[in-house]
Write a protein that binds this ligand. Structure first.
Ligand code: ARG
Length: 460
């Protein structure tokens, strides 16, 4: 009979190899080791203050854990599948080193509250890293916006040329989205940062624990108030993955635009060679692999969100082994997000803007038609009538292969006698941009105001 497992005393035969592999989590949860030790040290200190452990025990535990941490950091620890998960691996290593004090560490706790604590401690740190990376990407976009505040590009609705917009304004739209992603991370972090420890297996413990002490030692903002909920709650992981999914959706939108803009059909931008790859057969190709992969990886993260939601669906209270399945999707979500944010900031700093091509596209799409309609309204024509007049002018220009600004004054006056020489000021893309000079508008002056606003936020 195997005595390897800490719980094997009750069993008549050893667990089969297949079951060991199937139920073990050490292959992936070893990544929580540092946070597991952090939690254990706080737990031991609290138990000592509560008179459950002696100060000699605490000293030995601290000594042993410091050694284990060093072994982990040096990559010297050998994880054993026989010990199932990171919690039992570390406990066994500790006991090998310090004997009975190591065996006493698990007093008044269970792996159920331990694992929930570990994930929260770990995720809390990851969210802080992610928040910094979001702001780094925002800074890259703000730089681009500042440099290109006065660069005109076609703004699209229905992917048809609609009205001229500033390229800087377009970049700042994504800065806004990422700003909300940052807020969502901050908000979600508050609910991550609550302590389950003390719930033990599900009902609490008979020892005189002081959860406030442990929470303070670990820097938790709040303490989970119901032991059953504490060990079974994974809302925080679902919520985080939802926030991550939305962030990836935002980046998938920008990616789609970069891909289109880099296509020679648009020719609006170029992406530095180091973010692109060639084709093994077509020598002329330069492919935007990075944005394409980001678009694809958005699907991967949304998949993890569905996975986590379904993992929790219909689970009875309290802890169920199902919850061991929370880790891989959560880890992969964090890894994907961190890699994506890093590479994206670098890539945006490697974007070359091609203003001539953007302007040429504006000139091809009658993008200033609304401006002509507004011009007539300002001269006294009702908007619905001006809309119709301009539609006729556009038709005429189209038939003659010209832009509205190419039509001679007499021709424009043929559509409405209200037209005068000053009409050409509103028919240029630059005139159109400058005219939208209000909070949230695309005028370069407004774009630069927003750039200044964001620079201040990001520097804080
Ligand atoms: N490895 C487990 C997990 O990740 C730890 C908790 C297991 N608890 C238990 N009673 N089997 O969820």
């Amino acid at each position: 009979m195997s005595q390897d497992k800490t719980w094997s005393g009750r069993f008549n035969e050893p667990v089969s190899e297949l079951v060991k592999k199937y139920t073990g989590s050490i292959d992936f949860d070893q990544r929580l080791a540092k946070w597991d030790i952090q939690g254990s040290l706080a737990h031991a200190q609290m138990l000592t203050q509560a008179g459950v452990l002696s100060s000699e025990d605490l000293l030995a535990i601290r000594q042993g854990m410091a050694e284990i941490l060093a072994e982990i950091e040096a990559g010297k620890i050998e994880w054993s599948l026989d010990l199932e998960d990171v919690h039992m691996n570390i406990e066994r290593r500790l006991t090998d080193k310090i004997g009975d004090a190591g065996k006493r560490l698990h007093t008044g706790r269970s792996r159920n509250d331990q694992v929930a604590t570990d994930i929260r401690l770990w995720l809390r740190d990851q969210i802080s890293d992610i928040q910094n990376l979001i702001q780094n990407l925002q800074a890259a976009l703000v730089e681009l916006a500042e440099k290109n505040a006065a660069v005109v590009m076609p703004g699209f609705t229905h992917l048809q040329v609609a009205q001229p917009v500033s390229f800087g304004h377009h970049m700042l739209a994504y800065v806004e989205m990422l700003g909300r992603d940052f807020e969502r991370m901050a908000d979600c972090r508050k609910r991550v940062n609550r302590m389950p420890l003390g719930a033990a297996a599900l009902a609490g413990t008979t020892y005189p624990i002081q959860r406030e002490t442990t929470a303070e030692l670990l820097g938790f903002e709040q303490i989970c108030q119901n032991s059953l909920d504490a060990v079974s709650d994974r809302d925080f992981a679902i919520e985080f993955t939802a926030a991550a999914g939305l962030l990836m959706i935002h980046l998938s939108r920008l990616s789609e635009e970069l891909i289109l803009w880099m296509s020679p059909r648009f020719g609006f931008i170029d992406i530095a060679d180091r973010f692109c790859t060639g084709s093994s057969i077509m020598p002329q190709k330069k492919n935007p692999d990075v944005p394409e992969l980001v678009r694809g990886k958005a699907g991967r993260v949304i998949g993890h969100l569905s996975g986590l939601l379904l993992l929790m669906k219909s689970q009875p209270l309290a802890y169920n082994k199902d919850n061991q399945e929370d880790k891989e999707p959560l880890f992969d979500t964090v890894d994907t997000l961190i890699d994506t944010l890093r590479i994206y900031a670098d890539m945006m700093r490697g974007v070359t803007v091609k203003p001539e091509n953007m302007r040429a596209a504006v000139m091809q799409g009658f993008a200033t038609a609304t401006d002509l309609a507004d011009y007539l309204v300002k001269k006294g024509m009702p908007f619905r009538d001006s809309h119709e007049v301009v539609a006729q002018a556009v038709r005429h220009a189209e038939q003659n292969g010209a832009d509205l600004s190419d039509l001679p004054l007499e021709v424009l006056q043929g559509f409405s006698s209200l037209v005068a020489e000053d009409v050409y000021e509103v028919l240029t893309p630059e005139g159109s941009l400058n005219a939208r000079n209000h909070l949230g508008g695309t005028a370069p002056e407004q774009v630069l105001k927003q750039v200044a606003r964001w620079k201040e936020i990001l520097a804080a």
